[in-house]
Design a protein around this ligand. Sequence first.
Ligand code: B4P
Length: 184
Amino acid sequence: MLKIVLLGAPGSGKGTQSEKLVAEFGVPQISTGDLLRSAVANQTELGKKAKAAMDAGELVSDDIVVGMIRERLNEPDAEKGFILDGFPRSLAQAEALDELLAKLDRPLQGVIHIKVDNEEIVQRLMARGRADDNEETIRNRLKVFQEQTQPLVEYYDNKDMLSAVAGVGDIDDIYARIKAALPA
Ligand code: B4P
């Protein structure tokens, strides 16, 4: 039963590698980015609140995102495990996750940090061209990552839960590195 977090800057390949893990391990990918984009597309109240932050490359409020994750982790398919993709993204979210998983008695096994340098990220995301993939927003997302998400590297390292993987090069090679880094 795989219960992991994929941590990495925007465009580091979290979504790409999650799909491969889902196909091999049969546990759901839980992507806060996907959940938020779906809420925006469906014009739900939550989506309306999230849209401006997403368009600007800022984080959506912890309350909204943690509430979404609480609901998703309570769905039956998450009982067999999960790959958290893009969550947590702040210390407050990491602490909320610890609390949620303790209540569910489903402790996290480990955190994989996919490392890619900023210039490669800007190139990849400009090539993808999603609504929030323009240069100004990408640079802001990288700044937000540095300020709010990077502290999680130390947070999980202190808990001895962190493995770093080089995220540049062939997608299958990166996947092999991730598999080698998975918690036993
Ligand atoms: P996300 O959807 O998480 O977007 P992302 O960080 O860009 O990651 P994504 O998974 O899409 O990129 P990937 O690396 O797979 O978040 C979007 C926004 O939602 C945030 O800015 C924020 O506003 C909000 N949000 C989400 N979660 C939140 C939270 N927890 N709290 C608050 N707000 C939150 O892929 C990128 C591209 O690289 C793809 O085109 C892919 O094909 C390519 N690629 C992948 N691997 C490659 C490789 N090895 N070589 C070359 N290209 C590669």
